[in-house]
Ligand binder design. Structure first.
Ligand code: PEP
Length: 254
């Protein structure tokens, strides 16, 4: 069975003390994570080690960076390398979030470079894709997302692809309170899986976890996660509230 993941994206929120408290509250609330399920916390870079320490020994809880750079090391002030992440035992990174694409001009080709350096260094990318509202209204979302996958991932071989998690996040649903319906999410996830199958074969495509992101909350998580091609969620706003996020973890498909 594919891995089911509830991933928290704290973005640029919370002080260190608030982040510590949030993690303490989350781990103290009753949660069930079975063997193929994971809760992942993408925290601001200065909090990575704090989060590692808080979650140490907690099975199926992991820490993720919200970004990394495409070069191994060197004079890139302010950036974070995969070696830096590896040295503090962080093995997930969110890549290609729509906010990075929009505000920091990250292109599909640049993201392909980041994907490459992650895979070479044992870091699992959570690769975000998804269309803006105008594309959804024009009905060309499948083609739009297919291009993102093609330009950032399709240079990989099947073994490499298997090391990636995909997050489908329609931009019109991120932070807007407007969620894709569970039918819309399923339709797009199935389309992504079909696109992957046509390039890599069905067996490979069936092993890739595809998370849904866009205003997931405790009240809609179970219905969205129950869809056959949805393998969990990438969660922004609701991941900042302990009982909301724990309810989302508990809504993962068993
Ligand atoms: C996100 O940050 O990826 C996200 C989906 O945010 P929200 O859940 O707040 O829409």
């Amino acid at each position: 069975m594919r891995k089911q993941i509830a991933a928290a994206n704290w973005k640029m929120n919370l002080t260190l003390q608030e982040g510590e408290q949030l993690l303490e509250d989350i781990i103290s609330l009753p949660h069930q994570l079975s063997e193929n399920q994971e809760a992942v916390f993408a925290v601001p870079a200065p909090y990575l080690m704090m989060a590692q320490q808080k979650l140490r020994g907690k099975e199926n809880f992991s820490v993720a960076a919200q970004n990394c750079y495409s070069k191994k090391n060197g004079a890139y002030t302010g950036e974070i390398s995969v070696d830096i992440l590896g040295s503090i035992d962080v093995h997930y990174v969110v890549l290609g979030h729509s906010e990075r694409r929009e505000y920091f001009n990250e292109s599909n080709a640049f993201l392909a470079e980041k994907i490459n350096i992650c895979l070479l260094n044992n870091i699992t990318p959570i690769f975000c894709c998804g269309e803006p509202l105008a594309i959804r209204e024009a009905g060309t979302q499948n083609e739009y997302v297919a291009k993102q996958l093609q330009e950032s991932l399709y240079h990989l071989n099947a073994d490499q692809l298997l090391k990636i998690v995909i997050a489908y996040e329609p931009i019109w649903a991120i932070g807007t309170g407007k969620t894709a319906s569970s039918a819309q999410a399923q339709e797009m996830h199935a389309a992504i899986r079909e696109q992957l199958a046509s390039k890599y074969g069905k067996e490979t495509a069936d092993c890739i976890s595809i998370l849904y992101g866009g205003s997931v909350k405790s009240s809609n998580a179970a219905e969205i996660f129950a869809q056959p091609d949805v393998d969990g969620g990438l969660v922004g706003g609701a991941s900042l509230v302990a009982n909301e996020f724990v309810a989302i973890i508990n809504a993962l498909k068993k």
